[in-house]
Design a protein. Sequence first.
Length: 227
Amino acid sequence: MTRLPKFKAVLFDLDGTLIEFKFKVKESRLAMIEWLRKNGFDTSSFSSETKTQKIIDSVRLQSNEETRASFESARRSLYEILNEFEFESLSRAKPHPGSIQLLKRLKEEQILTALVTNSGRRPVDSILGTFGFLPFLTTVITRDEMASMKPEPDGLLKAIEQLRVGREESIYVGDSVIDIQAARKAGVQSVALALGMYAEDTLVKERPDYMISNIEEVQKIVFGRGA
């Protein structure tokens, strides 16, 4: 007897989830902060530990006639800084073992797929083409299509809308704390993959709906234990 899948759509993070990726997080934030300082923004409360989205939110609040750049132009400049760091990191990236096979299986079983990543459109398109992911992804949402990056739910909600599925019919697979937080805010079940920058005990504290240690285990969640 054919086993019906539990979910109609599987959404994925990119960095640390589908690919092995070492991004210079602190260095990128410091570069953003330096650009803001030079352009008249108050950066006194920022450090390399300040979340990227929090930096951008502060820029939004500070943008007025007294700053030398509007919020939108400032955000474009900050995103270009992030793009440079991402292109540099992606030059050393490689697919996680089993990620392509998983995407192929999901497509064969007519499960919709989406990529939702805080990375930028240009570096993402480059890496997806290089590794052959594109034919197996129904839609791709990068930070350039989000009002706010994860841990805000904007990207996940946009992907679900484009896939035309319900939140309860979808799961989001990611390797970080902000992936779990974004899924919770979006009302989507979360799958935490303990392969990236966060240890399993750190991810467990965020109470994901599922915890896995191998990307291929997603099949068991979607199709049941015998997948």
